[in-house]
Design a protein around this ligand. Structure first.
Ligand code: ZN
Length: 493
């Protein structure tokens, strides 16, 4: 388990990097808030899921047994964070004149298809909110029984003032109750809540509301926050290692999850909170209404006014990995172009290492173990992919230098480096080799290496005439073979 003891993760709850130690020795439980499936998946959301894909891949690489739970929100997410507005899925169903579950199916499929293109591995469990109504009702009952929630006219709300008698509310987003009170819209007595900052656990459904279930409080539907508490606690336990999501979910969603979980079990539900930052487009927030928006499929096909050519999912993934997940990232034509070139260079370099001929075998002129430890150091520092990519390029530069400076690498070192590159590029970063038929360097390397081998065999068989012929013919097209005690190299005239 290389580097396990050193892994540090930035915890949004404490605002610092902490040494990662799972609650149960070798097992890691991680929950990430999944999409609300009422629309095509947003590129910004993709960034979140790609980031957590990397995190899970790395934890597994370190040898942890990871249970990764990522939900699908298919009910209860209202248009407004303050429990107002229509349910997003119900609204879409009304507008498209189809069943809510048709909306859910359509956009869940789109979500999965897009993530597959990005090489995002599926979670171990992908629970849906509608599949866990019973669990949610049970938790709400428990919260009412323990005095942390109250029922009004068929709806149930979480009592934040009551919670604050025993615990602190607002610890994740650093909000104080007094400020919340000031900032919450004054509904001048119109609200049935005791306090405007109380949040809904269960909402009474109106007569023509389509998505509703029977409950002890009449027909209704669950609030958005309780679904994640129900599903995370069910599959990961009352306290688990990592909870992740986009930074926009910090408040109120994750703050409410902390309150619910703590009120239910008297322990904070999560050890480490992780939040991914936003993706902007041309320096501005993406929004459908302003046109400053781009869908994944538009990016792949090059059919969006903000870009003039298509970019593949793997180049987009590389582009995202070039920024740290906690930093804001701006997408633009220029940035994508630079990433496209960078990615081609990286893969070309990898192919060079992978096909490195026996030409360069000898005593290593650089410390391969040190280069590899830098890869781990970057990843152990809160999954710092931009530094990792920089170090990968650095190692490639040393290897490229072998051919320029006529230096060597030890056979075992070369093997180790080849394996490590494969593991980091494909298993951890989730990249893939895109065949480039115009990659003449690679073909030249392979072909000349083959001819050098034929010449070597001819010499072994004392067929010096043949050996010289190969050498002469190569020379005539500008390829010079140079023999030394370690073998034969080639140079271009
Ligand atoms: Zn959630």
């Amino acid at each position: 388990m290389s580097g396990t003891s050193e892994l540090k993760i930035y915890n949004s709850l404490t605002s610092r990097k902490e040494l990662f130690k799972p609650l149960q020795k070798n097992n890691v439980g991680i929950y990430v808030c999944g999409p609300t499936v009422y629309n095509k998946v947003h590129l910004g959301n993709c960034r979140t899921f790609i980031s957590f894909d990397l995190i899970v891949r790395y934890l597994r690489h370190l040898g942890y047994n990871v249970r990764y739970v990522r939900n699908i929100t298919d009910v209860g997410h209202l248009e407004d964070d303050s429990d107002d507005g229509e349910d997003r899925i119900a609204k879409k169903a009304r507008l498209e004149n189809i069943e809510p579950m048709e909306v859910v199916k359509k956009y869940s499929d789109d979500f999965h298809k897009t993530l597959r293109k990005f090489k995002v591995l599926p979670p171990n469990i992908e629970p849906t909110a509608t599949g866990h109504i019973i669990e949610q009702i049970e938790l709400i009952k428990k919260l009412i029984d323990s005095g942390f929630a109250y029922e009004v006219n068929g709806s149930v709300y979480f009592d934040i003032k009551k919670y604050c008698e025993s615990y602190e509310y607002g610890i994740l987003s650093n909000r104080k109750l007094e400020e919340l009170l000031k900032n919450t819209r004054d509904l001048s007595g119109q609200s049935e809540k005791k306090e405007p900052f109380d949040f809904a656990l269960w909402k009474k459904a109106s007569k023509n509301h389509i998505m509703k279930w029977n409950s002890p409080w009449g027909q209704g539907f669950p609030g958005w926050h309780i679904e994640c508490t129900a599903m995370s606690l069910k599959y990961l336990g009352n306290q688990f290692d990592i909870h992740g999501g986009g930074i926009d979910l910090k408040f109120p969603h994750h703050e409410c999850e902390i309150a619910q979980g703590t009120a239910l079990n008297s322990v904070p539900p999560v050890k480490t909170w992780m939040h991914t930052n936003m993706l902007t487009l041309n320096g501005k927030k993406m929004a459908k209404s302003t046109g400053n928006n781009i869908l994944p499929e538009e990016l792949f096909s090059g059919t969006n006014k903000n870009i003039s050519e298509a970019f593949s999912p793997v180049v987009t993934r590389f582009f995202m990995m070039q920024a740290h997940y906690r930093n804001q990232l701006d997408i633009s034509q220029d940035a994508l172009n630079a990433s496209k070139k960078g990615y081609q260079r990286l893969i070309k370099g990898y192919k060079f290492i992978d096909n490195l001929s026996s030409n360069y075998i000898g005593k290593s002129i650089f410390d391969v173990n040190e280069a590899i430890s830098k890869f781990y150091y970057a990843m152990n520092d809160d999954f710092n992919t931009p530094v990792l990519i920089k170090e990968l390029f650095e190692a490639l530069k040393r290897i490229k230098g072998l051919s320029i400076n006529k230096d060597f690498i030890n056979k075992d070192d070369l093997k180790k480096l080849q394996n490590t590159f494969r593991v980091f590029l494909f298993d951890i970063l989730g990249f893939e080799v895109v065949e480039d038929k115009n990659d003449t360097d690679e073909y030249l390397n392979k072909t000349v290496s083959l001819l050098i081998e034929l010449r070597e065999n001819a010499r072994k068989n004392n067929d010096f005439k043949k050996a010289d012929e190969i050498r002469e013919n190569l020379l005539s097209i500008g390829i010079i073979l140079k023999d030394n005690k370690n073998g034969t190299r080639f140079e271009l005239k």
